[in-house]
Design a protein around this ligand. Sequence first.
Ligand SMILES: NC(=O)C1=CN([C@@H]2O[C@H](COP(=O)(O)OP(=O)(O)OC[C@H]3O[C@@H](n4cnc5c(N)ncnc54)[C@H](OP(=O)(O)O)[C@@H]3O)[C@@H](O)[C@H]2O)[C@@H](O)CC1
Ligand SMILES: Nc1ncnc2c1ncn2[C@@H]1O[C@H](COP(=O)(O)OP(=O)(O)O)[C@@H](O)[C@H]1O
Ligand SMILES: [K+]
Length: 499
Amino acid sequence: MKILDVEQIRQLDKYTIANEPIAPIQLMERASQAFVDWFRMRFDALTPVKIFCGLGNNGGDGLAIARLLIQANYIVEVFVVRHAPRESDDFAHNHRRLKLLINPHYIEKPGDMPTLRQKDVVIDAILGSGISRPVEGIVKVVVEAINRAPAQVVAVDIASGLYANQPNQPGEVAVQPDYTVTFELPKLALLLPGNARWVGEWHMVDIGLHQRFIDQAPTPFYYTTDDEARLLLRRRDKFSHKGTFGHALLLVGSYGKMGAAVLAARACLRSGVGLLTVQVPHCGYEVLQTAVPEAMCRPDVNERVLTGPSEVDGPALADYSALGLGPGIGKAPETVRFLREVMTAFNRPMVIDADALNLIAEHRDLMGLLPENSILTPHPKEFERLTQRWQNDYDKLELLRDFAQRKQVIVVLKGAYTAVALPNGEVHFNSTGNPGMSTGGTGDVLTGVLTALLAQGYDPIEAAVLGVFAHGQAGDVAARERGQIGLTASDVVDGLRWD
Ligand SMILES: NC(=O)C1=CN([C@@H]2O[C@H](COP(=O)(O)OP(=O)(O)OC[C@H]3O[C@@H](n4cnc5c(N)ncnc54)[C@H](OP(=O)(O)O)[C@@H]3O)[C@@H](O)[C@H]2O)[C@@H](O)CC1
Ligand SMILES: Nc1ncnc2c1ncn2[C@@H]1O[C@H](COP(=O)(O)OP(=O)(O)O)[C@@H](O)[C@H]1O
Ligand SMILES: [K+]
């Protein structure tokens, strides 16, 4: 699903009005009805609702929502924040209609702000995607009072004061909602970690904007939906055999970090690889053979770290279908040498994670050896080591796009809404996963998943988008089974399903 910017959304609005065709006021009605449908599933009619409206179309939505909720027997009070002399036409229309049902209150000075109680639910319809400058004056007073109040807050489209696709400056004020109900498409701002308190839990509601415009609109930003991920998944052929699904090699683990090897190996097997060989330092041999009997083990001649040679014969490096390296390998000098050999000998896309990324950051010559279309899976700290510090999330996104394009690799920047940056400049934000996954080892699981997909012949871009989605989904399955807090990386492995 595409993520469009504010200007494109404005155009989309116009395009829908002209080509559906539909009157602007009807489009507002449809958006408001979609919000109300969502609202009624969350809050029953006994909930006291206080709706704060600005004077633009977001405020117009708020007034229409008020009318629809009153018609559904909710007890609604409306507060119009008079921050400007002008109001939008659709605001004015809905204002007239609402006044046939109730008298709104008007907030012009701080003393007009009502007291908000814990049982109230506030609907924030002061400003939407149309903001063009920081919140000040009476709007700021109201926003700050809403943020101090014990009431639950639901933002219409986007929290008042939050920019949809540019950074807010430090010190700027915006509503801090519990929920954001956004129209039609996700906004970039909803996906960025620095905005968490201005977003809350967000939901998307369909308001029937024109698909033809969306299909043609250029954007580098996408949000991976369930249906899109499912389309990438390949079915198994009736006459397939283990050779059909590739032979993967994982280079993982070191003394004290053999768990990373086990997790990556188990995830790789749970993601459909045909055959798996795991090379670990010698001390990991029994661990691997015991914990993951399905995998073949190639013990390194070195007791504690990976160096390359093994007393067990196996295919030449270049003969494996896919390679995944990094989890738990440490940063020993012998391992750096091995890494250099591997990256030279295996010149097809590989999965590179954890300490392999840290080593590349420390030994810049390795950067030049990255095979095109390799999948790098840094968490933010690892990405910073590969690049530089960033000012804000938007700056980070540009660094990410630039890195993926310059190095012609796929970068999976991990976290909530993991961002998969492609060599063509696109960024695909993931929609699955949960904070229960913020626990050691879940990244190692992802390395195993991605390596398995490459081994099965998935195109690296598809492997990255699908693998990240399935990994997050496995985390969601695990969280449903045992809650987020007690979730472990092994639970994520067990949650993997490919149907
Ligand atoms: N296509 C869709 O998805 C649909 C969208 N719809 C709804 O429309 C909303 C966008 O509406 P909008 O364009 O009227 O802007 P909105 O956010 O209400 O701001 C109002 C005006 O306030 C002003 N202003 C700016 N910054 C300010 C500030 N800091 N403090 C004070 N004032 C400030 C600025 O006017 P200015 O003063 O600059 O002339 C601005 O125009 C959208 O979020 C959704 O809810 C649905 O109804 C239908 C389908
Ligand atoms: N809050 C979150 N929401 C969604 N996914 C998360 C969240 N926190 C962590 N994750 C996921 O968990 C994984 C953590 O990886 P990483 O930081 O490398 O951990 P480790 O190095 O311990 O394996 C990533 O795939 C990341 O996207
Ligand atoms: K709003």
